[in-house]
Design a protein around this ligand. Structure first.
Ligand SMILES: NC(=O)C1=CN([C@@H]2O[C@H](COP(=O)(O)OP(=O)(O)OC[C@H]3O[C@@H](n4cnc5c(N)ncnc54)[C@H](OP(=O)(O)O)[C@@H]3O)[C@@H](O)[C@H]2O)C=CC1
Ligand SMILES: CC(=O)N[C@@H](CCC(=O)OP(=O)(O)O)C(=O)O
Length: 341
């Protein structure tokens, strides 16, 4: 079968990575790329490294009734309405890269993001972290996870699933600047970001990054977990994300070698998650669809320390989105992504 696929928001960083991956995907027969801001311009004029030969078109110019799969790469609170329109028009499967369908209930969404544009669709989404929650089975919406939650959940889920008595979880996260998207902003201006590092998701004396409830909720689907402390930092890298996660226990602290064994058990059958004794580095995962994990003990303080690294635009966004499409349609998870393993 040859798929008809649409990308909405194709001029953003996540959207342009989708165009790169889908252009090389063996099952994609036709690829339409929508952009509100760049309609009428050649895709290669905006992103000269891409091989896609077509133009951006306005979203309404794509016949959504003929799409087997639509990817929506708009910002949160913008995506949901497009997801609704695509489903109403008859698109077969919608993979949403925004946060609009990740949380389990509307009330929690509204607390962290504001009013939801399509609350009636809330229950229809599958949270697309297949290595932890499996493939979407018969769902029309896949909520692609946030990049920080992907790294945190891959590192923490095997521990939360098995080890009781977790008393605290602290996630220190670093992200390259592409994590903030292509839209110009003061924090991503070269002069602000270069040779700098800063914590964000902190205001009025409180930490409040919107990925915190996503991480907590999904961890509580696999086991008991306290509220987590999550603090992201912007670093002067183009792409890549690194998390150092400290876990405290009321009782016995698992040995790091045992944790590596749990990773091997849980992720052994999956192509894109790999645990090693050596601590991963951004350079080991940038431009790949791979998440690398490791673990260590702080024996003096009696804590477990977990490490996770991935590329925010690939395993943290577009690579995961294509992997989710593959699994939902019954293909191998790495179809068209083998070169990124
Ligand atoms: N960047 C990342 O690492 C990750 C992003 N995500 C999520 O994916 C979604 C898309 O993210 P991302 O691609 O980073 O966002 P971008 O800001 O790069 O793009 C979002 C949309 O904004 C429009 N846009 C692009 N460039 C500009 C510009 N210069 N000025 C004004 N508008 C512009 C585009 O819409 P149009 O083409 O219609 O003009 C684009 O689809 C978001 O929901 C994000 O949260 C998830 C995980 C990781
Ligand atoms: C560096 C930077 O700004 N990163 C983004 C994360 C982008 C992302 O993955 O999150 P969503 O998909 O939930 O938007 C942020 O902290 O909001």
């Amino acid at each position: 079968m040859s798929l008809s696929v649409g990308v909405y928001g194709g001029s953003g960083y996540a959207g342009s990575e989708l165009v790169r991956l889908l252009s090389a995907h063996p099952k994609v027969g036709s690829l339409s790329v929508a952009s509100r801001g760049y309609a009428g311009r050649a895709v290669t004029e905006v992103y000269p490294h891409l091989v896609y030969g077509g133009e951006y078109v306005l979203p309404e110019r794509i016949d959504a009734s003929g799409l087997d799969v639509a990817f929506v790469a708009y910002g949160h609170r913008e995506s949901a309405e497009t997801v609704r329109e695509l489903l109403e028009a008859g698109a077969g499967l919608v993979v949403d890269l925004s946060a609009d369908f990740r949380l389990p209930e509307v009330g929690m969404y509204e607390e962290w993001y504001g009013a939801h544009p399509a609350p009636e669709l809330f229950g229809e989404a599958h949270y697309g972290l297949p290595e932890v929650f499996g493939a979407a089975q018969g769902r029309r919406i896949i909520a692609n996870p946030g990049c920080y939650p992907t790294a945190a959940l891959l590192a923490l889920a095997p521990v939360v699933r098995r080890a009781g008595g977790i008393s605290s979880v602290t996630i220190n996260a670093l992200s390259g600047v592409s994590g903030a998207g292509a839209k110009p902003a003061v924090k991503t201006h070269f002069v602000s970001a270069n040779e700098n590092a800063n914590a964000y998701g902190v205001s009025d004396g409180e930490t409040n990054h919107r990925h915190t409830p996503e991480i907590e909720t999904m961890l509580r689907r696999v086991g008991e977990c306290p509220a987590v402390t999550f603090v992201p930092h912007l670093i002067p890298a183009t792409r890549g994300e690194f998390e150092t996660i400290t876990v405290e226990f009321e009782g016995e602290v698992p040995d790091a070698r045992e944790v590596l064994g749990w990773y091997a058990e849980d992720y052994g059958g999956w192509r894109f998650v790999e645990a090693r004794e050596n601590v991963p580095q951004l350079a080991h995962v940038a431009n790949t669809n791979r998440a690398r994990l490791s673990a260590a003990n702080d024996r003096r303080a009696g804590k477990l320390v977990l490490f996770a690294a991935l590329d925010n635009l690939l395993k943290g966004a577009s690579g995961a989105a294509v992997q989710n499409m593959n699994l939902a349609l019954g293909y191998a998870e790495d179809l068209g992504l083998e070169w990124l393993a």
